[in-house]
Design a protein around this ligand. Structure first.
Ligand code: PMM
Length: 286
């Protein structure tokens, strides 16, 4: 892979001299971490612009909750939620990615100006996804995934989580390349919290270097996830709610940036924007 401080670069996207910050705009009524506060189109566009003002380099727009246990939204509703927000942010000059498992949503979002497709299923949920992304010529995030939200908890079974995630991701990357997506446009993501328990997530964060052996830029999305709630539940206390996990999220952002992640995906941008800059400064002083 071509390297920029060892982080790799993604063909077709701007280049940053540090770990990039991807801000999250969930256009859902039931997102587990932000409680659906950005459900209305105008509010969602405004929220995306606020994230950019706070330091987001790109904004990831999604219309389907992947909260554990969540059921699926239909395609028409997902399109209705996502496409106007993508269009609105693109018209303001924002670099937009679309978070979807559906080829139709990816295709129409790219037509509306999205420059990256982020598929949490790594191309598994919709057989039309890889061909559509290949034809569009946009970058593709391949996340580690073992099944839809309704059933993923039962799939969190690993003998060696790091080795298995690397092997399963490699298979998805190979399928994407076989399907016509150029390797320079592929980003990999361990899928923290997807068919994983807290100890699996922590092991993956501890071994990001092994994920980088896949030879693709790495996206890490720890923001507000359950494993951070578990870490913060001191002395038998209940885990703090998702919205109180932002400092912990920024700590993971610093660790991920230091480990060479290409980007981190977060709900609260300000602290992570600082964290990746500190990591860059430390890198420069090494
Ligand atoms: N996690 C969520 C949604 N999209 N995309 C990528 N690439 N990686 C992730 O881990 C990921 C994702 C979970 O939902 P959230 O939007 O509420 O964080």
């Amino acid at each position: 892979m071509s390297t920029l401080h060892g982080r790799g670069r993604v063909a077709g996207l701007p280049e940053w001299d540090r770990c990039a910050v991807m801000g999250v705009v969930n256009v859902t009524p039931d997102s587990f971490s932000d409680g659906g506060r950005w459900f209305d189109t105008n509010a969602a566009v405004k929220h995306g612009l606020d994230l950019v003002a706070q330091g987001a380099d790109l904004v990831d727009v999604g219309g389907e909750s992947t909260r554990p246990g969540a059921s699926r939204v239909d395609a028409r509703e997902e399109l209705r939620r996502v496409v106007p927000v993508v269009r609105g942010l693109v018209s303001e000059g924002v670099t937009v990615s679309v978070d979807t498992m559906r080829a139709t949503v990816a295709e129409q979002s790219v037509e509306a100006g999205a420059v990256l497709v982020n598929d949490v299923s790594g191309g598994l949920a919709d057989p039309a996804m890889v061909p559509v992304v290949a034809a569009a010529g946009v970058p593709f995030v391949v996340m580690h995934w073992r099944g839809f939200s309704e059933s993923m908890a039962g799939r969190a079974v690993y003998a060696d989580v790091v080795a298995e995630v690397v092997a399963e991701l490699r298979a998805r990357v190979d399928a994407a390349v076989d399907g016509g997506i150029t390797p320079e446009r592929i980003v990999v993501d361990p899928g923290l919290g997807f068919a994983k328990d807290a100890e699996h997530d922590l092991a993956l964060v501890a071994h990001l270097a092994e994920l980088r052996t896949l030879g693709h830029p790495l996206l890490v999305a720890a923001s507000r996830k359950r494993f951070l709630g578990r870490v913060l539940a001191h002395g038998g206390a209940a885990p703090p709610p998702a919205r109180e996990r932002d400092a912990a999220t920024a700590a993971v952002s610093a660790l991920a940036a230091h480990a060479g992640a290409w980007a981190v995906r977060v709900h609260e941008v300000r602290a992570t924007a600082d964290a990746v800059r500190v990591a860059r400064a430390v890198e420069g002083a090494a």
